[in-house]
Design a protein around this ligand. Sequence first.
Ligand code: BES
Ligand code: ZN
Ligand code: MN
Length: 495
Amino acid sequence: MTDRASISFTKPVTKASGTLVAFAGADLTLGPAARRLGLEALVKRAAETARFTGKAMSTLDLIAPADAGLDRLVVIGTGKPEDLDEKDWVRLGGVAMGAIGKAKSATIVLERPDGRKLSGDLAADFALGVRLRGYSFDKYKKPKEGEGSSKPVAVKIAVAEMAAARSAWSGLSGVADGVVLARDLVNEPANVLGPVEFAAKAKALTRLGVEVEILGERELKKLDMAALLGVAQGSARPPRVAIMRWSGGKAKDQPLCFIGKGVVFDTGGISIKPSAGMEDMKGDMAGAAAVTGLMHALAARKAKTNAIGIIGLVENMPDGNAQRPGDIVTAKSGLTIEINNTDAEGRLVLCDLVTYAEERFKPRFMIDLATLTGAVIIALGHHHAGMFSTDDDLAVALSSAGAATGELVWRLPLGADYDKLIDSRFADMKNTGGRAAGSITGAQFIKRFVKDTPWVHLDIAGTAMDSPKTEINQSWASGWGVRLLDRLVKDKYER
Ligand code: BES
Ligand code: ZN
Ligand code: MN
């Protein structure tokens, strides 16, 4: 991983020098700080030539402008400042970092072009965008000729509410670290990151005050997690389950529970996948990565809540010992499953974890995240995760957290007619329900293991990896879900 931005906050600067970033509204107005630096005439003149109109997220780049004593001036459009919402400040941070590029250092004159106060929280959101845009996964590439130093850019954010910004960033930088951790885990190839190695990454959260238990094969057998173990049995690498506990709430507060699919590589097993694009299946642990990143975020910012993250780490391989289509396993809950397709393995991992979580922790809710189906990409593309819920309030809260962070969810239906599709001739259920409504039957399968705890399933196959580049993510893995769930917790579940 490379973090290209090293961020600090300062008071508004009084002299323009070096690389400067400023903001312009739709009518090319600059904020008071930029005007005090005498940038107005220069921006007006250059904007005309470059046809820069101040449209939100657009940029105007001036190298060595003659006046103003600068090496470079980057102007970023905000559109009409009153149209900017919260998540747009994160995006603006991304745009700024994208424009700064390879500079050694830069000063950002952060303000609203309409002169209204910019809160410390929004300034920290902006910094989050800078940080996330500066992420790249290049640890396996040797630096290009002439690009010797990969030293981070010193990004100075000059903002009137400096103290408030610093204090907001001290929490939010932990969330940024959580996103970066999730991206790193998803980008890492499966030969390097197997179940054992992933479990060690979870264990490392101990240093933030997270209690981490790792369950190995023996313990999982003792716990009767036969559905999960069935997926793992074709792999030379043994499975692990990691349980991460953050206790930032009162002892009697019921915990929130987050469960992640961690298939470190999904070949499909005996129902083997076609070879084209199979390399992407190194990312089939993105649910587990998001849960781990979230636990990092909650602990780093000392969230006042009790939260538990549970991740099921397995590899789905074809082998002499692999599970066969037609096999019947008895899940931890006692329900029997006919495996009619070994490529529908994620639900087999999750169902045992759901039973375990509900029995052991009696959580306030359970939210699972999984790259569960290709079908959700067909339904929603890369811009919304599929959401399934037994609880309307929780679904609404997640939709709001999605709108606030830009990590969007779209609710899809559950129902008895869909549930019927996974009835089996031989067992209590089968693990796939045919081509129609593939994401829904996946959700129905997991739902059969939920007793009475409010539950949400997020199908993140389209959003966690290989989604289009954005202002705040240029990497293959997006780290999707960390910001969404951190936001849900912050808005609804902290005292
Ligand atoms: N990991 C895949 C789903 C997936 C596909 C994630 C593309 C990311 C990108 C999952 O285990 C899977 O193979 N699902 C099957 C389900 C089917 C057999 C019912 C699928 O989507 O084809
Ligand atoms: Zn899978
Ligand atoms: Mn699969």
